[in-house]
Design a protein around this ligand. Structure first.
Ligand code: NAD
Length: 351
């Protein structure tokens, strides 16, 4: 395949995104109130702005241990005084009918603590990734929410990102043949050596827990399977900075269908934020794949091959092509109207 024949796909259609998210939207229903727990970077830069765009929910409360942030957010988002909580009185939100969902956005090892308080206050829980720092604690969140009769969701945003979903479709529909190999990498050169992401007690691990989880999600989304074995190796270039957590880990996963996934997570280098999927008749991938916006994809076939395959299928299955002769006639008609409008110096109307 030449570079020319490779096509880029960037799908930003709001309609597609909405369809992909499986939201059943009732115009008449009241928006659900969401309380954010932990007003750090993700809450401030992504979640709060996103809540201003949501159709089904709205910011209805905050939980923070920092009084200055409470005042700032209260003003910025016009929150009533009874919507402001700290970690000690958060359980009293059981009395706040305005809050339906609690979104846990604290460091990984605090997810259990915060999800428990929320669930026991009768609130549905949406929790950031990773769900917790080990399997037992993650399972405890599931059990607590079940026992409380509340729903639990995890902030796997790529499951709602159109470019990633398009790759899942390419894999599932075998558009370029069977998936054989996945290569997924995510990492960045981490700064501040004092941050919680480098503390085992709060993060549970390093780059693997923080960003490697995206590569794992890619492999599980693309295959639709769970791995049957995993083999891993770790490298540290800075044993002081990364004393408590992993810096770089490379791991291989094998899936029941025979797919192998090679993944790398790192806190030691920039430039890795994408994946490529090798198939029996080509390849496809995204780079970047894991950003909030601007993810971009390429695939080995092009629109010419795709349109010819589609037309052949139309002939075989006696199906009408979507690029019909009627479409061709209409386009010529409208182009002629452009000339006519210029010639006559006035708009040309139809119908
Ligand atoms: P952050 O450090 O910017 O914010 C963490 C917040 O938790 C801060 O407001 C901090 O004050 C608060 N906090 C409460 N108790 C704390 C304690 N004992 N120690 C430290 N902080 C404490 O972190 P972040 O980047 O917003 O990440 C928060 C969570 O969101 C993490 O679980 C992370 O994995 C997840 N995250 C997800 C994405 C995504 O794209 N889905 C992106 C970034 C972070």
């Amino acid at each position: 395949m030449t570079e020319h024949s490779r096509r880029r796909f960037i799908i930003q259609s709001a309609a597609l995104a909405a369809a992909a998210s499986n939201i059943s939207f009732a115009q008449t229903q009241k928006k659900l109130g969401v309380a954010l727990v932990g007003l750090g970077s993700l809450s401030e830069k992504q979640i709060a702005p996103a809540l201003l765009k949501t159709r089904n929910c709205r910011l209805a409360g905050i939980v923070t241990g920092t009084p200055s942030k409470a005042a700032e957010w209260q003003k910025k988002y016009n929150l009533p005084a009874n919507a402001i909580y700290n970690y000690d009185n958060m359980h009293t939100m059981s009395k706040n009918k305005d809050i339906d969902i609690v979104y846990v956005v604290t460091p990984n090892a605090l997810h259990l603590r915060d999800a428990k308080v929320a669930a026991e206050a009768g609130k549905h829980v949406f929790c950031e990734k990773p769900l917790e720092i080990n399997t037992e604690r993650a399972q405890q969140i599931v059990d607590i929410c079940k026992k409380a009769g509340v729903q639990l969701g995890v902030g796997y945003r790529l499951q709602f990102e159109p470019n990633n979903l398009e790759c899942v479709r390419l894999a599932r529909e075998k558009v370029l043949g069977d998936v054989r190999i996945i290569d997924a990498n995510f990492g960045f050169a981490i700064g501040d050596p004092t941050q919680w992401r480098l503390k085992h007690d709060l993060a549970g691990g390093g780059a693997l827990m923080d960003v490697g989880i995206y590569c794992l999600q890619t492999a599980r989304m693309i295959t639709g399977e769970d791995p049957i074995w995993i083999s891993a190796a770790e490298v540290k270039t800075d044993s002081v900075k990364f004393k408590e957590v992993d810096e770089t880990i490379t791991w291989i996963m094998k899936f029941p269908s025979g797919v192998t996934a090679n993944c790398t997570s790192t806190y030691g280098a920039n430039g890795f934020q994408g994946f490529r999927v090798g198939t029996t008749r080509g390849w496809f991938g995204l780079d970047p794949a894991y950003y909030y916006n601007g993810n971009r994809g390429r695939r080995s076939d092009g629109p010419v091959a795709t349109e010819l395959d589609d037309f052949a299928e139309c002939v075989i299955n006696k199906r009408q092509t979507k690029v019909s002769g009627e479409m061709g006639v209409a386009d010529v008609k409208f182009l002629m109207a452009v000339y006519e409008s210029i010639k006559k110096g006035r708009p040309v109307t139809f119908g």
